[in-house]
Unconditional design. Sequence first.
Length: 187
Amino acid sequence: MSRPWKKIGSKPLGDFRIFKLRSDTFISPRTQKEHDFFVLESVHWVNVIAITPDRQLVMVEQYRFGTNTVELEIPGGMMDPEETDPVATGVRELREETGYEGEHPRLLGRIHANPAILNNTCFTVLIENCRLKHAVNFDQGEDMATRLVPVSEIPRLVAGEKIGHSLVVVALYHFDLWQRGIKKLEE
């Protein structure tokens, strides 16, 4: 059985606006030797499953700099430093990025994006009965287009690798599990 490692030190290495980098020193419980590990400190993230009354998923297309590709994704983003409620952040992100608002926003799931190197959590928020009510309000570095996609098309888009963002796929899986009655909503 795996055991926690004892942390004996930590030092900051850099602040890069959207994340900080640090080096942590741990003692292996198996060998008793010291090892250094690098950790990206990031704020929490939120993804939004927004469903219209006619069972369309509100999605966005946007250019992603890391892969140099235009990706089909669900709305979402980073929680601002003063935000503590991922549901409220999801409502804000949906409105800003798409102009849509809905009813009954609630937490559907959470995931650690990459626990080997990241210290944050990505939350999935479900919002139902979404309707276009506002103009979009992009951040300076955002440029995206809203797309409505039938919920029934999502498995085909994932299987065909038309949806390639891993955290979006996880959010869609939480949604699929909820639709099948396997996953319960968090209150």
